[in-house]
Design a protein around this ligand. Structure first.
Ligand SMILES: [Zn+2]
Length: 94
């Protein structure tokens, strides 16, 4: 038996394990495979205009149609947080 938040956390972890960060002429984006029963890969647009990159929007129905902060965006943001924390720890260690 698991709670809603435990199941959501499992989907975020699954998304983090499978997403890829990419760049094209329009900027940086993450490709995140669906973590529900739907088949597909969603594209998360990453805003890099500030000091910290963040997930701006996603092509999944949850965000594109309903404006929800979806699992794909949360996973993308956590990916950048994890990367920046890793760099920060390396800087501290030197
Ligand atoms: Zn999404």
């Amino acid at each position: 038996m698991s709670t809603y938040y435990q199941r959501k956390e499992a989907r975020i972890q699954a998304a983090m394990a499978t997403l890829t960060i990419n760049t094209d002429i329009f900027g940086t984006f993450a490709l995140v495979p669906s973590t529900s029963k739907r088949i597909g890969v969603y594209s998360v647009t990453i805003n890099e205009t500030g000091k910290v990159p963040f997930a701006e929007r996603c092509t999944c129905p949850g965000n594109a149609e309903h404006g929800c902060r979806c699992t794909h965006m949360i996973a993308t943001d956590r990916m950048f947080l994890r990367t920046s924390m890793y760099v920060f720890r390396r800087m501290q260690a030197v």
